[in-house]
Design a protein around this ligand. Structure first.
Ligand SMILES: *Cc1c(COP(=O)(O)O)cnc(C)c1O
Length: 436
């Protein structure tokens, strides 16, 4: 297209009131933990590329891994064929995910969840047992496609589509708004009783939940023992447990598979986001041998999994995921996360000391800072996200809020200095907001 008039961007941005924005900053490069804007400004990436970045941007080893694979072949369908990076990555994934036996690749987190739902439904159909309901948790988030939306429960995101999604019951969870002021023991008893009562009917095919914490629901960390207990109830009533590790796995909360420290025994597990270090789009759905074996039989029995995507298991994505996981070992990344998580944690009282801040929750390298009622008078009629993004930018960081919650989700390899910088800039942002 040749034209002399300036071309305005045709991009329709995700979850964004477009009228609030007269323009968007163009990012022209990434430099480690920083995003380089066209005007030369550098912003610390406190969003971690929408929670998927591990090593910072433009990391040489990761770029190399992609380039080398792209030169060999950029895409190989897994229909009738396979490729070395896909096989190798699969082997690495079943190693970090205890009891998992097979990996089904897709190209984003929502798709990984759709696949998990289809596997769970078809499993019971294959073994000819009538369990027809999927179930999930209040305040959960599993993605934006219809199946994933149906499993999710954040009214602000999904209420418009309520009449068109699949009806899926939601169980009360520690992140439920109605549980906000309950003490922990009461809250857990409520959750356990509700779960047991529902699963005891024997008709629930699978329970879906995030592993370790509800991230999009505002970074709500599960109380100790909660996930382990839910897992036990699932086993008791033979309901499949599907654990969504898309946001919380790969070290975000401190472990590769968060269900390991949570002492739970899933039947199906999903990974996404940080799987490729944030360099390529990829999702993975893993299943145990028991699940996988139920899909075997004669072709005429139609027991095989009815699902497939064009870009399933893309070799460039698989190659960069392998290199990403190799670097986890080389740099003992989980130990690093444990160390700098403490630095982040030290800021909790600082944030909580602010008048407009209500609650702060933190685990690993994720933090949710709730702006309370007192913040309302300081926020303009624009969205909290817009206002906070603009102030934070002045203080040198890129922020994206979840409703009234500021989410800090930095790249995992950020240094202690980076974390202090990020927290101080966030404090400055909150203080500036409180002055308005
Ligand atoms: C981001 C996310 C998804 C969806 O992944 P997309 O790649 O955005 O489709 C699913 N589950 C959880 C827990 C997530 O945080």
């Amino acid at each position: 297209m040749t034209t002399n008039t300036p071309v305005t961007s045709p991009i329709w941005h995700p979850n964004t009131q477009m009228r609030e924005w007269s323009k968007f900053d163009k990012i022209i490069a990434g430099k480690g933990m920083y995003l380089v804007c066209k005007d030369g400004t550098q912003l610390f990436d406190a969003v971690g590329s929408m929670w998927c970045n591990v090593w910072g941007h433009s990391r040489n080893e990761l770029v190399q891994a992609m380039t080398i694979q792209a030169r060999k072949i950029a895409h190989v369908p897994l229909f009738n064929l396979e490729h070395e990076p896909g096989v190798k990555l699969g082997q690495m994934l079943v190693k970090i995910a205890p009891r998992m036996h097979r990996v089904f690749y897709s190209d984003n987190g929502s798709s990984a969840i759709e696949v998990a739902a289809k596997i769970a439904i078809q499993y019971w159909s294959n073994v000819r047992v009538k369990k027809k309901h999927l179930i999930s948790l209040d305040n959960g988030y599993h993605g934006d496609t219809f199946g994933a939306m149906s499993l999710s429960h954040i009214p602000e995101f999904f209420s418009r589509f309520k009449n068109h999604t699949i009806k899926i019951e939601k169980l009360i969870s520690p992140g439920s708004k109605s549980m906000a002021n309950k003490d922990e023991d009461t809250l857990l008893q409520h959750c356990y009783n509700a779960t047991e009562k529902r699963l005891a009917k024997g008709d629930v095919a699978a329970l879906f939940m995030e592993s370790g914490a509800q991230m999009a629901g505002g970074v709500h960390i599960y109380p100790k023992g909660y996930q382990a207990h839910i897992s036990k109830i699932c086993k008791k009533y033979d309901t499949l447990l599907v654990l969504d590790e898309i946001a919380t796995g790969f070290g975000r909360l401190g472990h590769m598979a968060q269900y390991v420290p949570q002492e739970s025994r899933p039947d199906i597990v999903t990974f996404g986001k940080m799987l490729t270090g944030g360099y390529m789009t990829m999702g993975a759905t893993l299943a145990t041998r028991r699940i996988y074996d139920a899909f075997g039989g004669k072709f005429s029995e139609s027991r095989h999994l009815f699902h497939g995507h064009t870009y399933t298991g893309n070799p460039i994505a698989a190659s960069v995921a392998i290199e990403n996981m190799r670097l986890y070992k080389k740099y003992s990344l989980l130990a690093h996360v444990g160390k700098i998580s403490k630095t982040l944690g030290k800021y909790v009282p600082e944030f909580e000391s602010r008048d407009i801040v209500d609650h702060v929750r933190h685990m690993g390298l994720a933090m949710g800072i709730d702006l309370g009622k007192k913040s309302r008078t300081h926020l303009s009629d624009k969205s909290p996200n817009y206002t906070i993004f603009q102030i934070a930018k002045k203080h040198g960081i890129y922020l994206r809020t979840l409703g009234n919650t500021i989410a800090l989700v930095p790249p995992l390899y950020a240094s202690n200095t980076d974390i202090r910088k990020m927290c101080n800039a966030t404090l400055a942002t909150i203080d500036e907001l409180a002055m308005r």
